[in-house]
Design a protein around this ligand. Structure first.
Ligand code: OSB
Ligand code: MG
Length: 369
C-alpha cells in the first residue's frame, strides 16, 4: 500500500451537554479528522486530543502540527507492507500519541478497506459481536441533576455508570448515588485530581462497593498508584498513566491497578492498543474501552477495538446522540435496549461518512501529497 494523499480537516462540534471533569468543562470539541488515500480508496482516522493540554500534554492545535509536519511525511509516498508497521515509523517522535494514533488508525482503516474487510476483523477482533456499553457522566451543577441523568441513562439500558469525581464532589455525592441506586454497576473517575496525601479520604469510597476507581492520582505516576492500591479494597483502574504496553506490564507487576482502560489515541493507535490488550489478558487483568468525546469516526474505531476478547467490562463507548445533534457518520452509533452496540460488517470502520455535513463544520482543511 502506498499513500498518495493525506487530507487533514479540523471540525468544530458543539456538545449536546457540557462535559465536566476534574480538569475543566468542555462545551464544544475541535476535532482533527485524517483521511488517507491510496489508489482512490480512503481510510479515516480521528485524533482524540482535547482542546487544551489538560487531560494529557496534547491538544488540537499542537496535534495538527505533529500530524502535518512529523507523521505525514513519514508515511506519504512510501511503500508500506502493513498498517502494523506504521507505529514504529512514529517512534522517533516523543509523546504526542493521540496525533500519531489518529494517522495510524486511518491507515488500519484504509488497509481493511483495500482488503474488503471490516476493520474489527482486520485488527483480529470479533470475539464480541455486541459490545456492552456504559456511560461517563461529568460533574453536574447539583446532586439532583446527577441523579436525574443517571436515571435517564439507566432507562436507556446502559449497563454501568461512571461518574466523574473531584475534591468537593466525591464521597458525599457517591453516597447519594449509592443510596438511590443500591444495585447498579457504579464506578468513579478522578482524572488525576488527588495525591497520596488523600489516601484516607479515598479509602472512604470503599464502603460503596464501586467496580473501580479510575486514575485517582497523578497522570504520570504508577508508583503512587501502587502505594494507594495496597490501601484500598476497590480496584484501581489506570487511564492516563498507561501510554504503552510496557507501562501496563510495569503497573501490573507493581500491583498498581486491577483493571486497565484502553484508549486508542492515548496509546498511539491499534498496534499498541492490541499489544496492551494482550499484556493485560495474559496477566488476567480485564480491560475496557475508554472514550474522549469522539465524533463518529473515533467512536467507530473504539467499537472495532472493543471486539477483542479481553474487553470484558462495559466501556465508555455510547450512542452518538449523547454527544451530538448530528454526527459525521451515518447511521449514527446507536445502542440496543440491552445497552449494547451491534458491530457492523461493512468494510473499514463500518459506517458511511456524511461528507456534506463534515464539510459544513470544517474550520480548516489541508491536503498533503
Ligand atoms: O478520563 O475517561 C476520561 C472525556 C475526556 C477526557 C477524559 C475522559 C473522558 C471521559 C468521557 O470520561 C468518555 C466519553 O464519554 O467519551
Ligand atoms: Mg479516565
Amino acid at each position: 500500500m502506498k499513500i498518495d494523499r493525506i487530507v487533514m480537516r479540523q471540525l468544530r462540534m458543539p456538545l449536546v451537554h457540557f462535559f465536566e471533569t476534574s480538569f475543566g468543562r468542555t462545551h464544544e470539541r475541535d476535532i482533527i479528522i485524517v483521511e488517507v488515500t491510496a489508489g482512490g480508496i480512503s481510510g479515516w482516522g480521528e485524533v482524540t486530543a482535547g482542546e487544551n493540554p489538560f487531560y494529557n500534554e496534547e491538544w488540537t492545535a499542537a496535534a495538527w502540527l505533529i500530524v502535518r509536519d512529523y507523521c505525514a511525511p513519514r508515511v506519504l509516498q512510501r511503500e508500506l507492507d502493513s498498517a502494523d508497521n506504521v507505529a514504529p515509523l512514529f517512534e522517533h517522535i516523543r509523546g504526542h500519541r493521540m496525533a500519531r494514533g489518529g494517522l495510524e488508525a486511518a491507515i488500519w482503516d484504509l488497509e481493511a478497506r483495500l482488503a474488503g474487510l471490516p476493520l474489527y476483523r482486520h485488527i483480529g477482533g470479533g470475539a464480541h459481536r455486541e459490545i456492552p456499553c456504559g456511560v461517563s457522566i461529568g460533574v453536574q451543577d447539583s446532586v439532583e441533576q446527577l441523579l436525574e441523568k443517571i436515571q435517564c441513562e439507566l432507562a436507556a439500558g446502559y449497563q454501568r455508570i461512571k461518574m466523574k469525581i473531584k475534591p468537593g464532589w466525591d464521597v458525599d455525592v457517591v453516597r447519594a448515588v449509592r443510596h438511590k441506586f443500591p444495585a447498579i454497576k457504579l464506578m468513579v473517575d478522578a482524572n488525576s485530581a488527588y495525591t497520596l496525601a488523600d489516601a484516607a479520604h479515598l479509602k472512604r469510597l470503599d464502603e460503596f462497593y464501586l467496580m473501580m476507581i479510575e486514575q485517582p492520582l497523578s497522570h504520570d505516576d504508577i508508583i503512587d498508584h501502587a502505594h494507594l492500591q495496597s490501601q484500598l479494597e476497590t480496584p484501581i483502574c489506570l487511564d492516563e498513566c498507561i501510554r504503552t504496553a510496557h507501562h501496563a506490564e510495569q503497573a501490573i507487576a507493581m500491583r498498581a491497578c486491577g483493571i486497565i482502560n484502553i484508549k486508542l489515541g492515548r496509546v498511539g493507535g491499534f498496534s499498541e492498543a492490541r499489544r496492551l490488550h494482550d499484556v493485560a489478558q495474559a496477566a488476567g487483568i480485564p480491560v475496557w474501552c475508554g472514550g474522549m468525546l469522539e465524533a463518529g469516526i473515533g467512536r467507530a474505531h473504539n467499537i472495532a477495538l472493543s471486539t477483542l476478547p479481553n474487553f470484558t467490562l462495559p466501556g465508555d463507548v455510547s450512542a452518538s446522540g449523547r454527544y451530538w445533534k448530528r454526527d459525521v457518520i451515518t447511521p449514527p452509533v446507536e445502542t440496543t435496549p440491552r445497552g449494547t452496540i451491534t458491530v457492523r460488517d461493512d468494510p473499514g470502520f463500518g459506517y458511511a461518512i456524511d461528507h456534506d455535513f463534515m464539510q459544513s463544520i470544517t474550520l480548516r482543511e489541508e491536503t498533503l501529497a
